[in-house]
Design a protein around this ligand. Structure first.
Ligand code: 3EB
Length: 350
């Protein structure tokens, strides 16, 4: 974790992440650490329910399911300073910016149904517009990775599933900021369910862009047909970024989808194997297009989102067969963006 003494001044800084379980009293000092970009916790009530004890600078994700007492921590080798922009809270260094936004979801006024903006469409568009404005303003064009937590993601209002509403607003913001149709401007992402409340999004951006990677076994999500909603989801299957000495691979949330169709409905073991086969395909594609040392499944750190907590032993058994026990795996219970998906797996190698 120490900066390399011989690093050239022209080198980009490095990025580090970990899934750690800091002691309660260590968190507030952690949030003041040099080089800290972001800390995310998935445990609701971790800091004492409603007593205001939540240390500053820690993002709390209100997952729709059970959390984990570990935190996700992002750091860099460079000095960091904090700021706000609209509803975004961020920390940035010379080369990196970590930000988060929580936007209340307002229901439509009565009588307005279907006319203009649906509630999650509106929140998604506003959140992404603010993110792109911040990145444009401060010169971090490379949106490397983004995590989306959509309240009651499979719930329906005004005749459209919340995730599908979200996809309309997200795509419109990409279009408004001229980030579409270029595939190079489409980030790796995850989309999960949170409790009914605000839309919460967190992200990592950099001075330089990542290389978007797609999966030959799947249609690009931005080309999904209309049967999955009026606007397709705007994310790439993975992003690979060359930071000089360090290369990072961000693999998006990956599910049991072939082409554009869900496979193995109701069979969580088979969905886990198919998701891992998709991750293996993305790794192989990265090795083909990225100019760096090849990756394999054992080089990755995983975050696994499971819809039903009782599926944990089944999913864990499948992963244990495919990946070394040394690979970090972080399990979180949450709803997944398609109602027939039981598991979504993301992976990162730095
Ligand atoms: C899929 O492949 C599964 O909408 O940002 C995975 C990762 C999924 C990201 C997103 C959705 C998203 O379509 C779902």
């Amino acid at each position: 974790m120490t900066p390399r003494a011989n690093a050239l001044l022209t080198d980009a800084g490095e990025l580090f992440f970990s899934y750690a379980r800091p002691a309660d009293d260590a968190l507030s000092s952690l949030s003041r650490q040099e080089g800290l970009l972001g800390i995310i916790t998935f445990q609701t009530g971790f800091f004492g329910e409603g007593d205001g004890a939540k240390p500053e600078g820690i993002l709390q994700i209100p997952l729709s399911g059970r959390g984990d007492d570990r935190c996700e921590i992002w750091k860099t080798t460079q000095p960091v300073h904090a700021g706000t922009f609209g509803d975004i809270t961020y920390r940035c260094s010379r080369d990196f910016l970590f930000g988060s936004i929580a936007l209340a979801v307002a229901d439509l006024p009565a009588g307005n149904h279907g006319l203009i903006h649906l509630p999650l469409q509106n929140a998604a568009e506003l959140a992404y517009q603010q993110i792109f404005s911040l990145l444009d303003r401060h010169g971090y064009p490379g949106l490397l990775r983004i995590w989306n937590f959509v309240p009651d993601i499979n719930g329906v209002s005004h005749g459209l599933e919340h995730y599908r509403q979200f996809n309309i607003g997200r795509q419109d913001a990409f279009l408004a900021h001229s980030r579409l149709p270029s595939r190079q401007n489409i980030p790796a992402a995850s989309a999960l369910g949170s409790v009914d409340g605000p839309l919460v999004v967190y992200f990592l951006a950099a001075r330089r862009n990542s290389v978007a990677v797609e999966n030959p076994r799947q249609i690009s999500a931005y080309h999904y047909p209309q049967e999955y909603g009026p606007s397709s989801p705007t994310f790439s299957r993975a992003g690979w970024v060359d930071l000089g000495q360090q290369k990072i691979l961000f693999i998006s949330g990956t599910a049991s989808i072939i082409g554009h169709q869900t496979r193995h409905e109701g069979d969580v073991a088979a969905q886990t194997r198919e998701s891992m086969a998709n991750i293996a395909a993305v790794v192989a594609e990265t090795n083909r297009v990225a100019a760096g040392p090849p990756y394999d499944l054992n080089d990755l750190s995983y975050k696994v989102y499971l819809r039903r907590f009782t599926d944990l032993p089944i999913i864990r058994a499948e992963l244990d067969r495919l990946v070394t026990p040394k690979a970090p795996v972080f399990y979180l219970q949450a709803d997944i963006c398609r109602a027939d998906l039981l598991v979504e797996i993301e992976a990162t190698a730095g």
